[in-house]
Design a protein around this ligand. Structure first.
Ligand SMILES: [Zn+2]
Length: 427
């Protein structure tokens, strides 16, 4: 638009020079002035919104956070504004990662670290987020361009690198440890890492970094046929790491190492990727802002609209040395953790009012204690959907050191599990 108007101004100027009758020059100048005013108006319409110092709950059309702060008024989130203190790292800015980044940006996350080595291609246009005019830009640069326009309050850091190279991995680790955004933060410099990569090696690199840093992360994936996906929460030492049991192997019976084959064009749908990104960011918001239940694993089978959930305990025979270290630390801290949980339960029990609040209970309404719900969840957390079985012992059984299982037996078990899952999918 701006270029068109500039051309028109230039054309009017040459018209003026070519006119033999100078009495007409004033009319052309008048036209030129109109066009220049139009150009100014177009320019001012594309100006960015300014930064907002504090998140306001004021309900006015000009407040970008009014609908988010309403979550507090509705009693869903205790303190929404805390979101500005959090740093989230997103590895892989593709079909899932770019949409997750946009969702967190619109939610007003404090800081986003973006990692990708790829460039935007026309072949990416069947997905959400990137636009045709960004073809040729690095995905990280294109993402920063779009996200900073949407919400200038978010601190964006982009890293155009491949985390599976030695140099890339070192930079990745250093960036996760950097605490300049929030120097008082415990642990690493980020609150959560989201893995949105599309290959086994990159997932293993994220797993390695997070195990070394005791960094909680969430893994996500979409199948090669574009019709199913999953998200998984990984807490080093407490839950299975990616090397303990790669989720795609367990959940869909597909060996993920075979997924990325040279010359094979994998299918992708914006719908499945959008759903998986939505599930991932919903779990992220619940984890960071402490509301609802954070899913340890959530699968999505779009053909049957089937959402399996399960919890996976760490494997005491995991091949990852850092994972085994974290498992030991988790067990050592168990008595203190149990005591803290007991003290919390007792404190809550002593605060609970004795006797009925209302003498008349016409409708026989009874309220279930939250701590009872917690206990129910704790016992059912290990339960698997019908047709699935646990392959791994729980972390708390680690010290009992089970008899070592020969490697070929566990492969057989995995194959048996795959067969069970295939049978389940074939229903
Ligand atoms: Zn492990």
């Amino acid at each position: 638009m701006e270029a068109e108007l500039k051309d028109m101004t230039d054309d009017l100027e040459s018209l003026k020079r070519s006119l033999p009758d100078s009495s007409l020059h004033a009319s052309v100048d008048k036209l030129k002035l109109h066009v220049e005013n139009l150009a100014k108006m177009v320019k001012s319409a594309t100006v960015q919104r300014s930064k907002v110092k504090d998140m306001s709950a004021e309900v006015v059309d000009s407040n970008p956070y009014s609908r988010l702060m309403a979550l507090q008024r509705m009693g869903i989130v205790e303190n929404y504004e805390r979101i500005r203190e959090f740093s989230v790292a997103i590895v892989g800015i593709g079909g899932v990662g770019s949409v997750a980044a946009e969702m967190l940006t619109r939610c007003g996350i404090g800081r986003l670290l973006l990692y990708d080595y790829d460039k935007v291609e026309l072949a990416n246009m069947n997905r959400l987020f990137f636009r045709p005019e960004q073809v040729g830009m690095t995905k990280t640069d294109a993402a920063v361009q779009t996200l900073s326009d949407i919400n200038p309050d978010v601190v964006l850091e982009s890293f155009t690198l491949n985390i599976t190279t030695v140099q890339g991995f070192e930079t990745f680790m250093a960036s996760l440890k950097n605490k300049s955004f929030c120097p008082s933060k415990e642990g690493s410099g980020v609150d959560l890492v989201l893995s949105c990569v599309d290959n086994y090696e990159a997932r293993m690199a994220v797993n390695q970094a997070c195990n070394e840093l005791t960094q909680t992360w969430m893994e996500s994936g979409v199948s090669e046929d574009a019709v199913s996906g999953h998200i998984q929460l990984l807490i080093p030492g407490e839950t299975a790491c990616f090397a303990c049991a790669p989720p795609l192997v367990v959940a869909s019976g597909v060996d993920e190492r075979t997924l990325k084959r040279e010359g094979v064009c994998a299918a992708s749908l914006p719908t499945t990727m959008g759903v998986v990104a939505g599930l991932l960011v919903q779990n992220t918001l619940k984890y960071l802002l402490k509301f609802g239940q954070v899913s340890p694993y959530l699968g999505y089978n779009s053909l049957k609209d089937y959402f399996p959930t399960m919890a996976m305990k760490p494997n005491p025979q995991c091949s990852n040395a850092a994972c085994l270290e974290r498992q030991k630390e988790y067990l050592v801290a168990k008595p203190a953790r149990d005591a803290a949980a007991k003290a919390k339960r007792e404190a809550e029990a002593s605060l609970a009012p004795e006797g009925p609040l209302h003498d008349d209970n016409e409708w026989n309404i009874s309220v279930v204690d939250d701590s009872d719900l917690g206990r129910i969840d704790a016992t059912s957390a290990g339960a698997l959907p019908e047709g699935l079985t646990h392959e791994l012992p729980s972390a708390d059984e680690f010290e009992k050191s089970p008899a070592p299982v020969p490697a070929d037996t566990s492969v057989d078990d995995l194959e048996a599990l795959q067969k069970q899952l295939e049978a389940l999918n074939a229903d």
